[in-house]
Design a protein around this ligand. Structure first.
Ligand SMILES: Nc1nc2c(ncn2[C@@H]2O[C@H](COP(=O)(O)OP(=O)(O)O)[C@@H](O)[C@H]2O)c(=O)[nH]1
Ligand SMILES: [Mg+2]
Length: 307
C-alpha cells in the first residue's frame, strides 16, 4: 500500500540517528567488549524509551550471545544487538492481524488524549480509503471544542468525504447515533469516529467514551470493528500509561503511534506491544496526508537498522 523503506528511513531519521547512532558511537568509543560496554548499551536503550524491563532483557540476551559465540569484535556486538532487537519486535508482532476492511460499514473509533493526532489520523485515513474507492463517513463526536469540529470539516473537504456533525457542545453520543444511522441507511464502506480527548475531568471523559461505545452497539451490536487509541510517540513512556488507563474503560484493538518523525524516542515501539499486548497498527510520520503508514514490523526494523 504505502511505505517504502527508504522513505520511512528518512522519516525515522531522528530515532535512527539518536538511538542507533548512539549505540554505534558507544561501541566505537569503548573499542572492546566488556561489562562496562554492556552497561552503557543498556543505558542507551532505556534513554530511547524502550522500557527498563525490556532493555535489561535485550542486554541479557546480548551477554548470552557474546558468551556463547565468544564474541570479541565490537562490530559483531553491534550486529548481534540489532538482530536481538529486530527479532524481539518481529516475535511480538508475529500474530498481529493487518488492518483489514472486511465488512461494511467498517467502524473505526478513535480515542486518546488531546493533541495526540486523532483528527489528523482520521483525515489521512479518510483520504487513503477514498483513494481506494471506498465511501467514507466521518463522525465529529469531539463536540467539546468548537475548533475540533471545524478541523474535521477541513479534513473531510480535503479528502472529499462526507461528515456527520452537530453543533459545539452537543452530546457526542447523539452525533454518533445520527452518524451510524445514516451509515446504515446509505451503506458507507467505512465510518471514522473522532472523539474528544478532554472533558471537564478524566472520569467524565471515560464516562463519555463508555456511552459512545454503548451507542455504537445499539445500532451495530458487534460494536466498533477497530477501537484505536492514538498515542504521541514523543511522550515516551506516558503513552503506555495512557493506553492502560483507556483500555480499562474501553477495550482497545490497536494503537496508532503518531509523531514518530518528530522524536528520537522511537524506541517506544519496542516495549509497547510487549507491555500491553496491544499492537501498533498505524504509525504517523508527519503532518501531511500521506504521512500515515500501516505498521509493518519488517519494514520498520529495516528502516531503523539498515544502513
Ligand atoms: N509531526 C507530526 N505531527 C503530527 C502527526 N500527527 C498529528 N500531528 C500534529 O499534532 C497536532 C495535533 O493533532 P490533532 O489531530 O489535532 O490531535 P487530536 O487532538 O488528537 O485530534 C497537529 O498539529 C497535527 O498536525 C505526526 O504523525 N507527525
Ligand atoms: Mg481532534
Amino acid at each position: 500500500m504505502f511505505g517504502f523503506v527508504k522513505n520511512l528511513k528518512k522519516k525515522l531519521a531522528k530515532t535512527k540517528n539518536n538511538f542507533i547512532g548512539k549505540i554505534a558511537e558507544a561501541i566505537n568509543l569503548r573499542g572492546k567488549v566488556d561489562e562496562e560496554l554492556m552497561e552503557q548499551l543498556e543505558e542507551i536503550l532505556i534513554q530511547s524509551d524502550i522500557g527498563v524491563d525490556q532493555s535489561i532483557d535485550i542486554i541479557d540476551k546480548l551477554r548470552e550471545e557474546i558468551r556463547f559465540h565468544k564474541i570479541t569484535e565490537t562490530e559483531v556486538v553491534r550486529e548481534s544487538l540489532e538482530k536481538i532487537m529486530a527479532d524481539m519486535l518481529i516475535e511480538d508482532y508475529a500474530d498481529t492481524e493487518v488492518f483489514n476492511i472486511n465488512k461494511s460499514p467498517f467502524i473505526i473509533l478513535f480515542i486518546g488524549v488531546n493533541g495526540v493526532g486523532k483528527t489528523t489520523t482520521i483525515g489521512k485515513l479518510a483520504k487513503r480509503f477514498k483513494n481506494e474507492g471506498k465511501s467514507v463517513l466521518m463522525i465529529a463526536a469531539d463536540t467539546f471544542r468548537a475548533a475540533a469540529i471545524e478541523q474535521l470539516v477541513i479534513w473531510s473537504e480535503r479528502a472529499n468525504v462526507d461528515i456527520m456533525k452537530q453543533q459545539h457542545g452537543s452530546d457526542p453520543s447523539s452525533v454518533v447515533f445520527d452518524g451510524l444511522n445514516m451509515a446504515k441507511k446509505r451503506g458507507y464502506d467505512v465510518v471514522l469516529i473522532d472523539t474528544a480527548g478532554r472533558q471537564h475531568n478524566r472520569a467524565n471523559l471515560m464516562n463519555e467514551l463508555g456511552k459512545i461505545d454503548r451507542t455504537i452497539k445499539k445500532i451495530f451490536p458487534d460494536g466498533a470493528d477497530e477501537t484505536l487509541l492514538v498515542v504521541d510517540a514523543t511522550t515516551g513512556q506516558n503513552a503506555i500509561t495512557q493506553a492502560k488507563t483507556f483500555n480499562e474503560t474501553i477495550k482497545l484493538s490497536g494503537l496508532v503511534l503518531t509523531k514518530l518523525d518528530g522524536t528520537s524516542k522511537g524506541g517506544i515501539i519496542f516495549g509497547i506491544k510487549h507491555k500491553l499486548g496491544i499492537p501498533v497498527k498505524l504509525i504517523g510520520v508527519g503532518e501531511q496526508v500521506e504521512d500515515l503508514q500501516d505498521f509493518n514490523v519488517t519494514e520498520f526494523t529495516k528502516a531503523i537498522f539498515e544502513k
